[in-house]
Structures are given as C-alpha cells and as structure tokens.
Design a protein around this ligand. Sequence first.
Ligand code: GDP
Ligand code: ZN
Length: 352
Amino acid sequence: MTLEDLGYNPDLEKFRKSQQLENFQVGRVISEHKERYGVRTTDKEYDAEIIGNLRFSAHQRADFPAVGDWVAISEYDQDKALIHKVFPRKTIIERQAVGKLGEKQIIASNIDYAFIVQAVDRDFNINRIERYLTICNTSNVKPIILLNKIDLIDNVKLSNLIRQVKERIQKIPVIAISNETKNGIAALKNKMEKGKTYCLLGSSGVGKSTLLNTLSGKEIMQTNAISTSTKKGRHITSHRELIILDNGAILIDNPGMREIGITDATAGIEKTFKRILDLSKSCKFKDCTHTTETGCAILQAVEQGEIDTDSYENYQKMEREKEHFESTVAEKRKKDKDFGKLIKHYKKSKKH
Ligand code: GDP
Ligand code: ZN
C-alpha cells in the first residue's frame, strides 16, 4: 500500500518537508478509542498514543488526533508508535461536544465527499437533506445526495422525487440506488474517486450500514435489520473506522458520524441560504425579521415565486433553532459562572 492509497497528497508532503518531519513515519488515523489511535502506514497498522508534549499543549479536544488525520509517528515497539504531530486538516466534521456546551468535538477530518443518504419510502424529507447540506457547507465537504431503497417505489414516484429534490437543490449530484436490487450501485462506484475520502450522513434506518457492506462487499457493519422496530441503530462497529474500497475510494464511518444533527448546522446557514441573505440586504428595515414587514425583500421574492416557500420556511425554522441553541449556550455559560462564584465564596468562608 502507498500513502496515496490512503489519501496522501502533495500539500501534505509539502507540510512534512516544511516542518522537518522527514525522520518520522507518516500515517493516517483509522480508529480512535479512549486516546489510543489506530494509525495505518504504508506497511503496518500501529497502536499509537500522543507524546506527552503534544498532550501538554493540547488545550481543547480539537487539538487531539481524530479519525482521518494525518500524523507524524515514531515506532517504539513492534506495533506501537508515538504520535508527534497532527498535520493541518483540510476539512473537519464536528459536533457539539457532549457535556460541554460550546466546545466542539471533531468527528472526522480530511473528508472530501459526504454521501447524504435518504430513504425514498418513509420519512422522505427534503428539509432534512438541506440540513445535511448545511453541515457539508460548514465543513467544506462536497455533498452527493443518495436516494436509497428505490426498490420500494415505482419509477413514476421515483422520477417525481428526483424532480422535487433537483428543483429545491441545484448543482448537487443526485444518485438513486438500492441495496436490495443493486440498482445504481455500479454507477455510484464509478463516480467515486480513487484516493478521495468519503463519509455517510443520514438518519438512522436509511441504509448507511447496508450501503457500506454493499460497497465493500463485506459484512463490515451489522445492520439495523433486527432493531428497526425501535428505530434506533444498534451497531456493532468494527475496530476500523476508515476503510479502503476496491475502487480505491476511502470511506470513513464511525459512531460520532451517526449523531451528526441539526445543532451542528448553525454556522452554515449563511452559505446554504445565500440567496435569501443576499436579498435581506435590500429589506427596508435593518432589523427586518422577514416575517410580516412591509418592504421586506425576501417576502417579496417568496410572493413572486422567486424563492421557494419551503426553502423560506426551512430558513425561518433553522434561524429559530439557531437562536434557541445560542441562548442555551449563553445560559449554560452564565450558570457555570455563577457556580464558580458560589464555590469561591464557599472556599472563602471556610477559611474563617
Ligand atoms: P442505517 O441505520 O442507516 O445504517 O440503516 P441500515 O443499513 O441498518 O438499514 C436499515 C434497514 O433498511 C435494514 O433493515 C436494511 O436491510 C434496510 N435496507 C437498507 N437498504 C435497503 C434498500 O436498498 N432497500 C430495502 N428495501 N431495504 C433496505
Ligand atoms: Zn426582510
């Protein structure tokens, strides 16, 4: 295996030279478990941990390695290595860290493309696709929409759905597939690029694990088949979270990826709804809420059919959720601060 097979590129090599890292080996993080990292090199897979220095200077979780990262390592035992440096990340998929509001946790890095998977049977929802698109925009990951389970509907219904999606979402590839009949799978495999890294986004039950198995030709992920009634994914994740497919494409799938949801989407609203925002500059009032105001350029555009009503409503909804989310973070910060004061006060009073 070459480093290029793992996704290595000239930019990374340039960085390595500029940082005098020639004496280290280069590898890619393929799994993470409690601050131990599986690192794949051209000829080996190491069980690695970060050097004390790196740990010492790590101020937040984002400073620690993540699946998809490129790292400089040194071997200290047969299959053991130390991570000395994390290479700069080209893209980052992150979410709110659990338990620590406002702090970000990296789910995976250096992903080129995201498959946004939607099942065409139940729960088909273009708003949801738009939300995942926003995540892609925020992270600079290129989206590809996959409509899965097309074996469950007829061709007329399918072309209707595709038309609906394309009307709302322009310039983004849409591929219809079925894991059952394998329709569209060859086309999908053909479209995937060698040495590029992909991930799967989508709600539980849309068929991500099944697709991973279909693409790899192996039973890598246990699918939802037994637990569909609970609608919860009960996945037994294999150790490896980064795999190389026969077509040379690289796929990252880890538990965190599956929890990516709406709260992560906030920062990207601007990009996805750029047109709406551009228009808002022409609103009569500076603090226009774009709901009832006369002279609102957005409402005018909606009326004239220039902006889709659904997109407008989705935009409003996301703005509200963003506001809610931000106020929760602010509240949490205040509580922490007050609690800090209380502790201080308590300590002071104990001294006397
Ligand atoms: P995940 O939660 O997104 O990983 O979804 P799973 O891969 O576990 O799939 C959920 C259920 O959908 C399972 O029962 C799969 O067998 C089923 N499924 C997946 N892909 C297809 C498909 O293309 N057609 C049909 N009919 N069922 C599918
Ligand atoms: Zn307005």
